[in-house]
Design a protein around this ligand. Structure first.
Ligand code: ADP
Length: 474
């Protein structure tokens, strides 16, 4: 179903949604295209005038009510997510909590959209700066975090007074529907948020990018699609924020505790089965502690259990689809052929019914070198590639030698080293002895080809506001 102008709308055709752990169909949703996309913009554009002139307190109240309802439905949403997206239920619960955090944070932040007065050089003049909602926002979201990627955009957009047209990923429309049900029930006025589903996203994206009434694109997904959409948005000068791919370095210096660092690496690398843009993709370990680090990492990873996210003890869910498994398989085979040491994993998982889903064993590769594809290509799967380094001098150059710039991690107990390396890393998010440098209260986003703009925190709101200067003769 689409959600346009406050109503649920069926389409003339639909498409199937499947459980990636079992291949079973779990629902069907309406299949839309350019016509529905334009209808959604009609509704969002018509609603903008009144929504953008509500008080911040009124908008805050709606966001707060949505937070309450999402919190109440926490368990149902988590179960739906595990069914539709595959992540283990505990991870799904964490994501719903994280998603709700954005609603609460922006319910609070809506009331803090401050302006400014600026002294003028002219005695008869005053300057006033006000900040106003951009207009209709087009949001396109991915499948890997199917609830939080919506609230991270809807929260600040609604707080600012924008109206929204959203297209969720075709793999996870049921989670998106559940989020929209919450907003519908809290009584957002018709047209303020609208959703179009499509098995083929391109016509929807084209309709929005060619529509002058859409004043901003916010996109989370692959760098490839981000470049395509960003280029089009530039032709009619829409504001753009994009959160794209990553290739995170995870650097372990010789003064770090190798066991603690290996534990951190095993947790963050295999989160969401490696299907996260901040997932470490190059684990650099200084030579003197490399053996202990690698042994601990491999031991921990070998114990990880793959399967349905509803099974107790499972921490590795399925990959999203067959091409994703094939990509992981290709990267691992390429690395092993070129001399990487396979310490655990390294194959598809097909026994005990796992062949019905898209499973790949959690894998650790040691002795990874720059000739291997995995050294430069994003994996988006459960593979930890370890690279030994000797000199602190060139580790920054190595870590920064990528077109991406989203997250980077470092482990050290030397505070000067931590400061200097964090400063030198050309990434938007740095974890120092920390594997979870994210929060609704903090700015998330990348540099270089990992994107532009930030989501979360007070700066996340700036992305949905225009600045207006008023020069006033007195
Ligand atoms: P992923 O590799 O995470 O699936 P994509 O960039 O392909 O990343 O998808 C992220 C989002 O972008 C999804 O909602 C998808 O439907 C959408 N998308 C992909 N291609 C296009 C396109 N040409 N126009 C508009 N949206 C697109």
């Amino acid at each position: 179903m689409h959600y346009i102008n406050g109503s649920w709308i069926d389409g003339s055709s639909d498409f199937a949604v499947t459980n990636p752990a079992t291949g079973e169909e779990v629902g069907r949703v309406a299949d839309g295209g350019a016509a529905e996309a334009t209808q959604a913009v009609d509704a969002a554009d018509a609603a903008f005038q009144s929504w953008s002139t509500t008080t911040a307190y009124q908008r805050s109240e709606k966001l707060y009510a949505a937070w309450e309802l999402m919190t109440e439905r926490h368990e149902d949403l988590a179960k739906l997510m595990t069914t539709e997206q595959g992540k283990p239920i505990r991870a799904a619960r964490n994501e719903v909590k994280y998603a709700a955090d954005f609603l609460l944070w922006y319910a609070e932040e809506a009331k803090r959209i401050y302006g400014e007065t600026i002294p003028s050089g002219r005695p008869d003049q005053r300057f006033l700066v006000m900040r106003q909602a951009i207009g209709v926002v087009a949001a396109i979201t991915p499948w890997n975090y199917p609830v939080s990627m919506l609230t991270r955009k809807l929260g600040p957009a609604l707080a600012a007074g924008c109206t929204v047209v959203l297209k969720p990923a075709e793999q996870t429309p049921l989670c998106a529907k559940a989020v929209f049900e919450i907003f519908d029930e809290v009584g957002l006025p018709p047209g303020v948020i609208n959703m179009v589903n499509a098995s083929d996203p391109a016509p929807v994206g084209d309709a929005w990018l060619n529509d002058d009434r859409v004043r901003k694109l916010t996109f989370t997904g692959s760098t490839e699609v981000g470049k395509l959409l960003g280029g089009r948005a530039a032709t009619n000068v829409k504001r753009v924020s994009m959160e794209l791919g990553g290739h995170a370095p995870f650097i372990v210096f010789d003064d770090a505790d190798p066991v603690h660092a290996a534990k951190g690496a095993s947790l963050v690398k295999f989160l969401n089965t490696g299907q996260a843009c901040i997932s470490p993709n190059r684990i650099y370990v200084q030579r003197s502690i490399a053996e202990e680090f690698v042994t601990t990492l491999a031991e921990r990873v070998a114990k990880m259990q793959a399967g349905s996210g509803f099974t107790d003890g499972v921490s590795i869910g399925p990959l999203v689809d067959e091409p994703s498994v094939a990509k992981v398989e290709r990267q691992v085979n390429d690395a092993v052929e070129k001399g990487a040491r396979l310490l655990t994993g390294g194959q598809r998982l097909t026994s005990d019914g796992l062949d019905r889903g898209h499973f790949y064993a959690p894998t650790v590769l040691a002795d990874v070198t720059p000739e291997m594809t995995i050294h430069s290509e994003e994996t988006f799967g459960p593979v930890a590639p370890v690279i030994i380094f000797d000199d602190e001098e060139d580790i920054l150059a190595k870590a920064n030698d990528t077109a991406y710039g989203l997250a980077a991690y470092l482990y050290t107990r030397d505070i000067s080293r931590a400061w200097k390396i964090a400063e030198g890393l050309r990434f938007g998010i740095i974890g120092i002895n920390d594997i979870n440098p994210t929060s609704a209260a903090a700015p998330f986003g990348g540099v270089k080809e990992s994107g532009m703009g930030r989501e979360g925190g007070h700066v996340g709101l700036d992305e949905y506001l225009d600045t207006k200067l008023v020069g006033w003769s007195v």
